[in-house]
Unconditional design. Sequence first.
Length: 193
Amino acid sequence: MRRQITTAVLYTVATTVLFGVIYPLVVTAAAQLLFRDKANGQLIQQNGQTIGSRIIGQTFTGPAYFHSRPSAAGSGYDAANSSGSNYAPTNKKLIDRVTTDAAALQPDNPNAEIPVDLVTASSSGLDPHITPAGADFQVARIAYERNLSQTTVRELIARHTEGRQFGFLGEPRVNVLELNLDLDRTAPVPAAH
């Protein structure tokens, strides 16, 4: 009996050290050496300051910026509370929120169908992308606010539209943060119209 307990304790200590300390250190070191940007959250720096991540959305509310998908993660894009709302399509709270959001978006593009991604959250609540249709829906507002032609704004969207991964996975998408940063470089927000 004593021998079995000693063996069990030694195996527990050995596997804890191997899989709880050594393995995580090796994987972390390999990630830092081979995929440094991805291992550190794909952070975007501007003027020496971190302004966001390529892989976590953030809220843009100003009329001169492309707006992101709504977020159901905590108080909005909170990675510690990543999740969807889990509301069924017939849930009154979801219907009311989508109706309110749609009414707020309609002045951007009157009489146009609102892309679903502009009024519904992703399953993680952290999605940094919108569809090309979601970006195109906002073109008129952005062009007006930035004193740009709609053609110029559409060219920026095209520049930031990512295709399907490996040519067949997922859907085309536009990273909102990167698009807004390029928009600021192209045509800074004017003081007044």
